[in-house]
Design a protein around this ligand. Structure first.
Ligand code: GH3
Ligand code: MG
Length: 324
């Protein structure tokens, strides 16, 4: 394999000999006696770095390389008896070290040491790449498990967990919390009249309207087929009802376009808030919003009902029972 190697050594006799030995392997070798790393060091496959140089030690150069983000692998050269320094060099990121001996026997070992270090370096680089890939794949997976594929908003799994989290937060900090359950009115008819693909367009665009109409801190999710849920943290019931009303009218005014056809649609919304004293669980809160939704449907659809209004209505019915 062709390689470009730079020898950093202040002793020209030594570097000359090492260079000659490495050139015999067919490698391209340059020599410098300046212990002064530059960005050009990046152009080499390997650096052969001598420990003892007058301006600064090889260990200092190693540190400079790190600071300059030069990741070219390094083989460290030390004199006999300097093994402690060699081990320090390895700690600081050198790939291997060679102890120079006066009979110059180390020169014969040099090429195989470089080859081994090169393989090791390639392995580390490959691992680094694979780890990055794995991380990216995990992120994608994570997103998928919490996202509704068709609309891109949160899915049922995420939203039920988040309601749980928000209830705990509301309870702990005595903060208000409201939840909306939204259901498309007569959605079956849209599918029947215009086809399933048009139904899908309506679902996607309503999801977008919900996203656009809410704040970043709110959570918007698809709860079931044509049912959505919004969590409004830190929001009292009256505010949530106002927001819901705005969302309802936006959908009612919207013209859904599919295959050159314009379709209109409406939604019904049930709003409930977290009651510190009575409603403790996720199911309780969602059930309360669901009951309001049911009332909104019964009252003629395209409207917002909240637990407040349901209670008022119940009270009114108690005072004057509806005639059969
Ligand atoms: P209501 O006003 O009482 O809610 O009437 P509705 O017709 O909307 O009744 P319901 O909620 O029971 O019907 C939901 C319909 O939504 C039935 C189902 O075929 C449709 N649906 C569920 N998921 C999808 C989907 O992913 N795409 C499309 N196009 N339709 C779906
Ligand atoms: Mg529906």
């Amino acid at each position: 394999m062709g390689m470009k190697i730079l020898i950093v050594d202040d002793n020209p006799a030594h570097s000359e000999l090492a260079a000659r030995r490495l050139i015999r392997e067919g490698w391209e070798v340059s020599v410098t006696d300046k212990a002064e790393p530059t960005q050009e060091f990046k152009n080499y496959d390997f650096l052969l770095l001598d420990y003892s140089m007058p301006l600064r030690s090889g260990l200092d150069v190693l540190k400079m390389l790190k600071d300059m983000e030069i990741t070219t692998p390094v083989i460290f050269l030390t004199g006999h008896g300097n093994e402690m320094i060699a081990s320090e060099a390895i700690k600081q990121g050198a790939y291997d070290y060679v102890v120079k001996d006066t009979q110059l026997l180390y020169l014969e070992r040099l090429p195989s040491i470089i080859r081994e270090a090169k393989s090791k370096h390639e392995l580390i680089e490959t691992n680094r790449f694979l780890i990055q890939e794995l991380r990216r794949a995990n992120e994608r997976l994570q997103k998928m498990t919490f996202t509704d594929e068709m609309t891109g908003i949160y899915n049922y799994r995420f939203m039920t967990r988040q309601v749980e989290t928000e209830i705990q937060r509301a309870f702990r900090y005595s903060k208000p919390l409201s939840v909306c359950i939204i259901d498309i009115d007569k959605f079956k008819e849209i599918n029947d009249r215009f086809g399933h693909p048009t139904g899908d367009v309506v679902l996607k665009e309503i999801a977008q309207i919900l996203k656009d109409a809410t704040r970043n801190v709110d959570y918007v999710g698809r709860y079931a087929g044509d049912e959505f849920i919004i969590i409004f943290p830190d929001t009292p019931l009256a505010d949530a009802v106002r927001l819901a009303e705005r969302i309802r009218s936006k959908v009612a005014e919207h013209s859904f376009k599919s295959h050159d056809q314009f379709v209109s649609s409406t939604i019904s919304i049930g709003v409930a808030d977290f009651d510190m004293k009575r409603r403790k669980t996720t199911d309780d809160l969602v059930d309360a919003a669901d009951k309001c939704l049911y009332q909104a449907k019964r009252a003629g659809r395209n409207r917002v009902f909240s637990s407040l209004r349901v209670l008022e209505k119940k009270a009114a019915e108690l005072v004057a029972p509806p005639s059969a």
